[in-house]
Design a binder for this molecule. Structure first.
Ligand code: ADP
Ligand code: MG
Length: 452
């Protein structure tokens, strides 16, 4: 037997380790190779115990050809390696209660305090965020054992931070011995800079290596174009993931669209990548009602629908609308009506980017409410039942369409002074004419439902 005849020689696996150790960084070695255990070896093959599937993938992706020079191969030339996953050292539930844990060292002081309102219980579910929510609940219930990392991406103000903090709360409440670290990427970078300046980087590394069980990283997109920090982040990431510590990352883009190294992107894609979309109308209404209720504000449902129809791209804006209404109503002791909402949220609703209104839509909406023909609105008939609606259309066009007067006049086939005159006239009339004010309110509200 070959091995017995050369008892002093290192095993092929040890030889391989020596080979890679000379070729990779100390951190990479500690992260990827040191945790692997050789379980069994004979001429037919080798069995390696790895802490998780990532280590196996890393080894086979990056070192397949080197492994073949050291380890046994099968007749078809493929590697004769069996992998087994090491059992978890302690199950989460059996860990010591938090008070027995050693005091955390001060390797990191940029920790984000979890927002007490951002909980699963206050997160409203809808088709657009159900997937993310259930993945987050899964991760929070069994940290390090379901999807790792969990990568959540989506536009601004859609609830990513809310979900991230919810995971943090859930873990703190249900796995009391687990140490949760929630950081923004900016804070991580600042912390790193500070530790580098104070020459205490080892302390920071030690902190992440031994004092964190669940790492929540908000807004990873800020790592883009920060090459010096990317590597350190990646090392920290690998250290944790190989100890089966849970990582959750949020981003405004999916991994592949981030301007980060391939290595980093690959790591982000290892676990589960989940997209968070804009909630549909019903969910937006539910969120709005919920936020209002939390503020002790009662919003009639048709008003909630009205707001939710006009604010479509950002839940944070919906919340802003509730805050503004609440302040306004409290101050003036008013009840919430659609007119009040229109008045209070005027700029907000207009700023909504989804509202790109055309003259055609305005004409359709005006024609419906005043029961006239669009061709009459465009024409020159001066009878009162046509002239007034025509002026209303001009007034709304000036208010809702961001174009010069000359351009707008062109759409109506009139001069710009006709438009100006119409606007002045309607502005004056609505001061006293309640009926007209209501009609204009309805027209405004309906415009979105007319497509061009
Ligand atoms: P992001 O991090 O994606 O930019 P945030 O998590 O900061 O967004 O969310 C913005 C605001 O909207 C927060 O106040 C959050 O509570 C709220 N929000 C977003 N989505 C929901 C939801 N589905 N249910 C309840 N509140 C939500
Ligand atoms: Mg956020």
């Amino acid at each position: 037997m070959e091995i017995e005849s050369q008892p002093t020689t290192q095993s092929p696996w040890m030889q391989f380790l020596r080979f890679v150790r000379e070729r990779c960084s100390e951190t990479a070695y500690e992260n990827w190779f040191a945790p692997i255990r050789e379980v069994e070896f004979d001429h037919t093959g080798i069995t390696l115990e790895v802490p998780n599937v990532f280590v196996k993938e890393y080894l086979l992706t990056n070192y397949a050809s080197d492994l073949k020079s050291f380890l046994p191969t099968k007749s078809d030339g493929s590697l004769a390696i069996e992998f087994s996953i090491a059992p978890q050292k302690r199950s989460w539930n059996q860990q010591k209660p938090a008070q027995d844990e050693p005091k955390r060292d001060e390797g990191n002081n940029k920790e984000v305090r979890l927002n007490s309102n951002y909980r699963f219980s206050t997160f409203i579910e809808g088709a657009s965020n159900q997937f993310v929510k259930s993945a987050a609940v899964g991760v929070a219930s069994r940290p390090g054992q379901s999807y790792n990392p969990l990568f959540i991406h989506g536009g601004v103000g859609l609830g990513k931070t809310h979900i991230l903090h919810s995971i943090g709360h859930h873990v703190q409440e249900n796995h009391r011995s687990l140490r949760v670290q929630c950081i923004t990427t900016e804070a991580f970078i600042n912390d790193l800079v500070e530790h580098l300046r104070n020459k205490s980087i080892e302390k920071m590394k030690r902190f992440y290596r031994s004092q964190v069980d669940v790492l929540l990283v908000d807004d990873i997109q800020f790592l883009q174009n920060r090459l010096n920090f990317e590597e350190e982040f990646c090392n920290t990431f690998e250290t944790l993931i190989n100890q089966n510590k849970q990582i959750v990352v949020t981003s405004d883009k999916p991994p592949a669209q981030l301007k980060l190294s391939e290595r980093m992107i690959a790591r982000m894609e290892w676990g589960l990548v989940a997209h968070m979309g804009m909630p549909d109308l019903e969910t937006r209404v539910a969120i709005l009602m919920n936020k209002a209720e939390m503020k002790g504000l009662k919003i009639p449902s048709q008003v909630a629908f009205f707001i939710a129809e006009h604010i479509q791209n950002n839940v944070r804006q919906l919340e802003g609308a509730v805050n503004r209404l609440s302040a306004h109503c409290r101050l003036l002791e008013l009840n919430i009506t659609e007119e009040l909402v229109e008045e209070t949220l005027k700029e907000m609703l207009q700023k909504c980017p989804s509202e790109r209104i055309s003259v055609e839509q305005i004409l359709k909406s005006v024609a419906t409410v005043f029961q006239v023909r669009i061709s009459d609105l465009r024409g020159n008939v001066r009878t009162k039942n046509v002239a007034l609606p025509r002026q209303v259309a001009m007034y709304l066009a000036k208010e809702m369409i961001n174009e010069s007067l000359i351009m707008l006049a062109g759409h109506f086939g009139k001069t710009h002074s006709t438009i100006l005159h119409a606007c002045k006239n309607i502005e004056k009339k609505v001061q006293t004419d309640e009926m007209l004010r209501r009609q204009i309110g309805i027209i405004r509200r309906n415009i979105g439902s007319y497509t061009i």
